[in-house]
Design a protein around this ligand. Structure first.
Ligand code: PMP
Ligand code: GLU
Length: 382
């Protein structure tokens, strides 16, 4: 007898970012010197005081279940941060989750029914499409690539795409994979459409702390958006806490209680002692965050200069730590050659709905970035 698998898992492929990261790790385990520019993961240690807070929480005995929606002090701290971003929220509007990905999964499952339309702004992070399909939703996509990855000049296309049938739009600013930070005028355009057509918007703000001049506005802070925005964030990127698995979302209380059913029947809660490390991260890491941001800025500038020297001009990303570079039409083969011949791991743009590009994560040291470009030169990949 062979096992029969549910349609919902057969509708999706494994995450491209995670699969390529795993392939790079496997090559490294075989002794190959891989420059891994695939997975978007800061290469800094978690700040020391955050690690200490996690250890102290274990010593203090916070090793049992936490309240399902999160430790009250962390929910309060998150609500304080959101209020500083212009969102009028209290602890009751916040759900703490094991990672931002789990937060997104719960949001999609709570909002999207079979056949509901979900609109993505391409290039879009790989997991939005999979989460839409897992929830049974149907996808519509607006391509920002012809507009230099900016949202404002693509608003007309968005107007053409959304309708009263739209259930959900996902906005991710700063964007993974382009690093674009959307202008206030663009976000106001989104707001007007959401209000006109009465749909919900996820504002994925996981890279909000990683910007290089232009601040990313929280969509939910715009008038008319408070009760139709779900704001998503996490600790992985800003505080270099990818392995701690801590994230959250915030929205109307009814959303928290509906999604709370999913959380209570699945993961129960985010790891208890990790939540105390999260409180410390929100309270006392300004210097560490600034240091990491400055390092990312230097690497971005270095990479853009190295590419410009080779005649490749890319719009300079204003946030996150990714760069989309134009490659051959068949970006899949280009990335295969990059890893097999140059031993540099990158992610094909097609995985983000942007064929003809490869995504480079510059969350790597200057030396490794220079090494990657010199290997591209050696293999005539650029
Ligand atoms: N949103 C975006 C755009 C991301 O790039 C990531 C990266 N992992 C996440 C959400 C989720 O991150 P995590 O689960 O580590 O919090
Ligand atoms: N979000 C990061 C990336 O795009 C980490 C991997 C993932 O979760 O997709 O590389």
């Amino acid at each position: 007898m062979s096992m029969d698998f549910a349609d919902r898992v057969q509708r999706v492929s494994p995450s491209a970012t995670i699969s390529i990261g795993n392939a790079a790790s496997a090559l490294e385990a075989d002794g190959v010197d891989v420059v891994d520019l695939s997975v978007g993961e800061p290469d800094f240690p978690t700040p020391e005081n955050v690690i200490e807070a996690g250890k102290e929480a274990i010593d203090a005995g916070h090793t049992g279940y936490a309240p399902s929606p999160g430790v009250p002090a962390l929910r309060e701290e998150i609500a304080d941060k959101l209020r500083a971003d212009g969102l009028d929220y209290g602890a009751e509007n916040v759900m703490v989750t094991p990672g931002g990905k789990q937060a997104l999964y719960e949001i999609f499952q709570t909002i999207v029914d079979d056949g509901d339309e979900v609109v993505l702004l391409d290039p879009a992070w790989v997991s939005y499409e999979a989460m839409t399909k897992l929830a049974g939703g149907s996808l519509s996509r607006v391509d920002l690539a012809p507009h230099g990855f900016a949202l404002e000049p693509a608003l007309d296309d968005l107007v053409e795409t959304v309708s009263d049938d739209t259930t959900l739009l996902v906005v991710n600013s700063p964007s993974n994979p382009t690093g674009a930070v959307y202008s206030d005028a663009a976000l106001e355009g989104v707001r007007d459409l959401a209000v006109d057509h009465d749909f919900t918007v996820i504002s994925d703000e996981i890279y909000k702390e990683v910007t290089y001049g232009t601040e990313a506005t929280s969509l939910g802070s715009l008038s008319g958006m408070a009760d139709r925005t779900v704001t998503l964030n996490g600790f992985s990127k800003a505080y270099s806490m990818t392995g701690w698995r801590l994230g959250y979302f915030a929205g109307p209380e009814e959303l928290i209680s509906q999604a709370g059913k999913l959380q209570s029947h699945s993961v129960t809660c985010a790891t208890h002692f990790v939540q105390y490390a999260g409180i410390e991260a929100l309270r006392n890491t300004d210097d560490a965050v600034t240091e990491m941001r400055e390092a990312f800025r230097e690497r971005r500038d270095l990479l853009c200069n190295l590419l410009a020297d080779r005649g490749i001009d890319v719009p300079k990303p204003e946030g996150a730590f990714y760069l989309m570079i134009p490659v051959a039409d068949d970006d899949q083969s280009w990335c295969e050659r990059a890893i097999e011949e140059a031993h540099v791991a990158t992610v094909p743009g097609s995985a983000f709905g942007a064929p003809g590009y490869a995504r480079i994560s510059y969350a790597a040291s200057a030396d490794r970035l220079e090494e990657a470009v010199s290997r591209f030169d050696d293999e005539r990949l650029l």
